[in-house]
Design a protein around this ligand. Sequence first.
Ligand code: CUA
Length: 345
Amino acid sequence: MGRPTASRVWSWVGVLVALLLPAAAAGAPVETPSIFSPVSTPAFAIRELSFFVLGITGVIFFTVAGLTLYVLVRFRRARGDDEREPPQVYGSHQIELAWTVVPLLIVVVLFLVTARYIWGIEGRAQPADALEVTVVGHQWWWEIRYPKLGIITANELHVAVSDPGSPAPTFITLQSADVIHSFWIPQLAGKMDVIPNKTNRVWIEPERPGTYVGQCAEYCGTQHAGMLLQVTVHSREDFARWAVAQKTPAPDDAGARKGRELFASLACINCHTVRGTTADGRFGPDLTHLMSRSTIGAGVVQNSPENLRAWVDDPNALKPGALMPAMKLSRDSLDAVTAYLLTLR
Ligand code: CUA
């Protein structure tokens, strides 16, 4: 081991700065799942708290690292040292009190400030006109229900923008159909676990239209990483239009009759619902307006005709572990079923 030369010390300082800089890159483009680009109230509060905690821990880090560097450089072995051991200090009450009490005070401050933020967020009363959504976590997709609007969809949550002058929050009830998941859209709100036989609540109040990405944040099995979530924040008029379109029953396209009959004769209908038909399964996503969604398999692939056909043929080829079985249809039947699904706009 050589001596820590000044240039080596500076190169380590450079590495540290490079590691810490991205954390300070606030105001990045909106469509990144970064807690430093919030667009909704609970996420604003969480960024505030994060900066406070990062500030305190940053001061601690730079103090400790600075002193360590100073000691390493200042007291490094020098030519002509007499190899004597420096004075050893034991049992100093002042020093031990200082390094016990100061960290204790810091932890108490962090605890109290965090508790205040948590209570502030959880104490928000639900206004009578708030949009209500129930999100149910499944292995590995999100069921999304609007009980007051009579809409059921999957993996893509749509809400109206909230104007700080006249807030329009969305209150989300979280339930699980199987194991523990976690609902997290970093730019909108904090993480909330989705627990079987327990109902949790979160609320969001996005102030800017756009699309915000989220992800299941609790390991829930093979396709935990393939359990993506997308929130589209519309203007109020656009949201009203979206809701009207979602409420209409599935169209009965004469050109897709063959596929429709085939679909109704297969096991598809045990798991999927297409409103207005005999398909009323609840195990898989509601397909009534399948083609209004941008992805298949909870964000795993784009919802294109080719991907849809490949998905119906063998979901596990696109999403290994997916609970939908391969339907083993003939080429003709596969084409007919895909053609029918493509009419579900
Ligand atoms: Cu659901 Cu991880």
